[in-house]
Design a protein around this ligand. Structure first.
Ligand code: HEC
Length: 168
């Protein structure tokens, strides 16, 4: 029994010591340029998926009508476009310099988060995603504003002309 416990303790200690040595030897990449670490994508995707589980089926309380989409477009322009881009033009220098790269969300070739429910976009915009540069807007946008910008992204492939004008 004692040997088993000792084995378990050593088994736990070795990866911890290895991680400590790796970090102290400067093994963790800091610059934004460069490939992901082994397992980084898996850890990031799984953590995001788990954090959002059961929290994203909240139904949007607002209709996707023109006034709400127009308001969403104004918020998007002011707060999100620097990273997520506008329909025309190149991604900004800020977006191109980030790691991970922010997806361009309203471009004709990748119009929004069409497959995602509004509740998921709402969750991300409200809480942010730690260590990625994606801010959480819980303290700066109201619930209604968070829904409006979420509606904009979910409907980015079918925006009325008056809303497209705001993004031009
Ligand atoms: C400073 C840059 C920055 C700003 C400003 C920003 N984001 Fe992000 N956002 C990111 C990054 C980087 C990611 C990618 C995170 C990742 O890879 O997990 C992201 C991811 C997202 C995603 C997930 C996209 C997908 O395809 O899964 C959504 C939705 C989103 N942001 C919405 C918003 C909204 C809405 C705003 C404005 C209210 C906003 N973001 C402002 C950097 C930003």
């Amino acid at each position: 029994m004692k040997k088993l416990l000792l084995g378990i303790l050593i088994g736990i200690a070795i990866p911890l010591v290895a991680a400590y040595l790796f970090i102290n030897a400067g093994g963790m990449p800091v610059p934004t340029k460069g490939p992901p670490l082994p397992l980084e994508r898996y850890i990031a995707r799984t953590s995001i998926h788990k954090a959002m589980q059961g929290q994203t089926d909240v139904v949007c309380p607002l209709p996707a009508d023109e006034p709400n989409l127009r308001q969403g477009a104004r918020i998007y322009r002011a707060e999100c476009a620097v990273c997520h881009g506008l329909p025309a033009g190149k991604p900004t220098a800020t977006a191109r310099g980030m790691y991970p790269r922010p997806p361009q969300l309203v471009r004709p070739d990748r119009t929004g988060v069409t497959d995602d429910p509004a509740g998921k976009v709402f969750w991300i915009a409200k809480n942010g995603i730690r260590l990625t540069g994606m801010p959480g807007y819980v303290d700066s946008l109201s619930e209604a504003e968070l829904w409006q910008v979420s509606l904009l992204l979910v409907h980015a492939h079918e925006l009325p002309a008056s809303v497209q004008d705001i993004l031009r």
